[in-house]
Design a protein around this ligand. Structure first.
Ligand SMILES: [Zn+2]
Ligand SMILES: [Zn+2]
Length: 275
């Protein structure tokens, strides 16, 4: 019924109980989980997880926080592995890629180079992208335009109405997750309530960005609780409330949007589509 369009299921936080976490998500109605990679060193892990669970698909890419130390050899490895897996329907995107201008100590020019080169790989193989956009909305968008990539998801989107509109008009979907469950997240909730419904997909970013109900302290501790892909069902309940529509209708819309952003998900409609 629900698709978690962004979940780091390979993270060490799940080493002790990964199968139970996935089973609980499926039991909660989560029929599709998208696993982005973060570095060449975890490409094998996300691929193996996606091949080991019919509800999971994967993406390959180098995350902005993993760019220190990454270089041409990593881009070559990415390109080679994408080429080798291009006929694998479970490879649905290039990601997680983007720019992070919030975390200190990252070289902006180096990040931008790796991001742009990965956009070119996405374009070359006609794959959508999973974007990490943190204090970098305008810069991530500028390279999307420049390279000409028009399909994918800007995950955990947090920007102005104007920035959101630009992404949506360019063809991108915006991912909403745990942040939207906090009543103090006024701008994110405004976007979630007011954007065209066609612009929205749901995600968890598990194990990060736990929803309000998993957080001890609604005023800053939300990143400390472990999030799981099953929580996308609760995010969906909040979204249905913000939009004033029923969950079943929302599920159909969210499925359609996820397939529009990540067309290869459509291959798995018999497993993942709401019914
Ligand atoms: Zn991210
Ligand atoms: Zn992520």
């Amino acid at each position: 019924m629900w698709i978690d369009t962004h979940c780091h299921l390979d993270a060490s936080e799940f080493d002790a109980d990964r199968d139970a976490v996935t089973a609980a998500a499926v039991a909660a109605g989560v029929t599709g989980i998208v696993l982005p990679a973060v570095a060449v060193s975890n490409f094998g892990a996300v691929r193996a997880l996606a091949h080991g669970n019919r509800h999971c698909v994967y993406a390959l890419g180098i995350h902005p926080l993993c760019t220190p130390g990454a270089g041409q050899a990593d881009l070559d490895a990415l390109r080679q592995q994408v080429a080798a897996s291009i006929d694998d329907p479970r490879l649905v995107a290039i990601g997680e890629i983007g720019l992070d201008f919030f975390v200190p100590g990252l070289d902006a020019a180096h990040q931008t180079w790796l991001y742009t080169e990965q956009l070119k790989i996405a374009r070359e193989f006609d794959l959508p992208v999973l974007l990490h956009v943190r204090k970098s909305q305008d810069q991530v968008y500028a390279q999307l335009r420049r390279v000409g990539v028009r399909q994918g998801i800007a995950h955990a989107f947090n920007g102005s109405n104007e920035q959101a509109r630009r992404y949506v008009e360019h063809g991108m979907k915006l991912g909403f997750g745990g942040n939207v469950t906090f009543s103090r997240a006024k701008q994110i909730r405004r976007l979630a309530a007011g954007l065209p419904i066609e612009a929205i997909v749901l995600e968890t970013d598990a194990p990060d960005i736990a929803p309000a109900w998993l957080s001890d302290d609604q005023f800053g501790e939300q990143h400390k609780a472990r999030n799981t892909p099953g929580e996308v069902a609760g995010v969906a309940r909040v979204m249905a409330g913000l939009r004033g529509i029923g969950e079943r209708e929302l599920a159909d819309l969210m499925w359609r949007n996820a397939v529009a952003a990540l067309p290869r998900l459509g291959t798995f409609a018999d497993i993942m589509a709401p019914r």
